[in-house]
Design a protein around this ligand. Structure first.
Ligand code: CA
Length: 481
């Protein structure tokens, strides 16, 4: 008699367990979204992307459990158009937001990426710069910048002293005789600052993000955490500088003689070692100051990831880490953004999804793909009007390809980039009337030799020109007009 009773008991327990599982599966928990974006960050400054000089253990930690994309491209090579694009779901030439405006007047009541989540009962918040904000002045003032109020349940700014932070500062740009004081604006300034992480905007951003995660951990959330470093000024607590000092030990990128002679005038970046009047000492210090700013930003990323673990949210949260565009650190004697070469148009991109295996994808992807992809991963509808592609399949199969080329623009110089696995093609002017660049990525990955005028590539150049025409026509065929 004892065996049947025991068997009955086991079956009863199993039944209860199964019933519980069915209850659970009927109400699948919705995944949260933590979107972390750094400003003006080149993937070359991250150790998970191969930097041997700048160590970024926290971003590396995320990369080790997520999908790291090596060929991700922004859609506009400076803050305004890039952010307006991936947040609205439209290319810059669809909304015609080519400067530093909010996309809202152009998209009417169509939901932005975070707003789509808000409309689906997510708590949506931004801390600091998600849509465009002027750095440093907008951060000094603590203003909202070109923000979009409809996207957020709540929003917070993180004012900071920026270049006014007390410490050892130096203006590197346009200051050959060293007479200029430390100054504001979009200029190369390094400040080895006194005080701790919380003395600056990004430290305060991490602190606020941690507080919001604690408060909202029981709700579904889409939280945007925007760090402003390593955007100029290169300001960080002095404790982040020692690995990069003395600055003289910084190694500048390889240069070739006559590098600019085969490119159109518009291919020469707006900031160069020459026009910034930066000698080798200043160039090396700019690089060291940039890396210290990256190390500081990485530490703030770590605080947010730690809180996610602490609050037991890591298993329920999709984490995205990226930048609005890349940055030159002396390649071709170019500095900063705007250029359409890989260092400036490429971005770091890591997507970590609970339950999915870590990996590395070399597929060509675009920041505009985030809106549809993250919507799909959270089982939300993908709005039919938006222009990116759903790349969720790559998270299960890193060898999958969703697009044959990535597209990016530098609107102020009417530059257009089409980048595939074989070539990078750049043209200036919608009819390429102001010049072209073509690089064979396999034999010339550092993009030193413009082969667009070589007769044997004439046909390939014509093909890319017509592909850009077609891409622009496709982008302009939308529901906004
Ligand atoms: Ca930026």
């Amino acid at each position: 008699m004892r065996k049947p009773i025991l068997l009955g008991f086991i079956l009863l327990m199993l039944g209860l367990l199964l019933n519980n599982c069915t209850e659970e599966s009927r109400k699948p928990e919705r995944l949260n979204v933590l979107f972390i974006i750094s400003d003006d960050l080149t993937y070359n400054a991250l150790s998970c992307y191969g930097s041997k000089v700048c160590s970024t253990p926290n971003i590396d930690r995320l990369a080790s459990r997520g999908m790291r994309f090596t060929r991700a491209y922004c859609q506009g090579t400076y803050c305004g158009p890039s952010r307006a694009s991936f947040l609205s779901g439209y290319y810059p030439h669809a909304t015609r937001v080519l400067g530093y405006q909010s996309p809202r007047p152009k998209i009417g009541d169509r939901p932005t990426w975070p707003q789509h989540f808000k409309n689906n009962d997510y708590y949506t918040a931004r801390v600091s710069k998600i849509f465009h904000m002027g750095v440093p002045i907008g951060i000094e003032e603590g203003s909202d910048g070109a923000d979009d109020t409809l996207s957020w349940t709540e929003r917070y700014n993180s004012p900071g002293p920026e270049w006014k932070a007390s410490g050892q500062g130096e203006t590197l740009e346009g200051n050959p005789d060293g007479s200029k004081p430390v100054m504001g604006g979009n200029t190369f300034v390094v400040v080895e600052a006194y005080g701790d992480d919380l003395a600056h905007s990004d430290g305060r951003t991490a602190e606020k993000a941690v507080e919001l995660l604690r408060q909202h951990k029981d709700e579904s959330f889409w939280m945007g955490v925007g760090f402003v470093r390593p955007h100029v000024p290169f300001v960080a607590p002095e404790s982040y500088f020692p690995p990069f000092k003395p600055y003289d030990k910084m190694v500048l990128p390889e240069k070739v003689d006559g590098d600019w002679e085969d490119i159109p005038k518009l291919g020469i970046n707006y900031k160069t070692s020459e026009n910034m009047q930066m000698d080798l000492r200043r160039q090396k210090k700019a690089m060291g100051g940039y890396y210290a700013s990256v190390a500081y930003m990485d530490a703030q990323v770590g605080k947010v990831l730690d809180e996610l673990d602490e609050a037991e949210l890591t298993d329920k949260t999709i984490i995205v880490f990226t930048s609005d565009h890349g940055y030159h650190l002396g390649e071709h004697d170019f500095w900063a953004k705007v250029s359409l070469l890989d260092e400036s148009s490429g971005v770091p991109l890591i997507i970590s999804v609970p339950g999915k295996k870590p990996g590395v994808s070399h597929s060509l992807v675009e920041l505009i793909d985030l809106y549809p992809t993250i919507s799909d991963l959270c089982r939300l509808d993908i709005p039919s009007n938006i222009q990116g592609k759903n790349i969720a399949g790559i998270l299960d199969n890193p060898t999958q390809e969703v697009r044959s080329a990535a597209f990016s623009v530098a609107p102020m110089r009417e530059g257009f980039l089409l980048r595939d696995h074989e070539f990078a093609f750049i043209q200036y002017g919608e009819d390429a009337e102001n010049g072209t660049e073509l690089y064979d990525i396999k034999s010339d990955p550092k993009q030193f030799t413009n082969i667009s005028s070589y007769p044997e590539y004439a046909e390939i150049v014509e093909t890319y020109k017509s592909k850009i025409q077609m891409k622009l026509a496709e982008i302009r065929t939308n529901d906004l007009l």
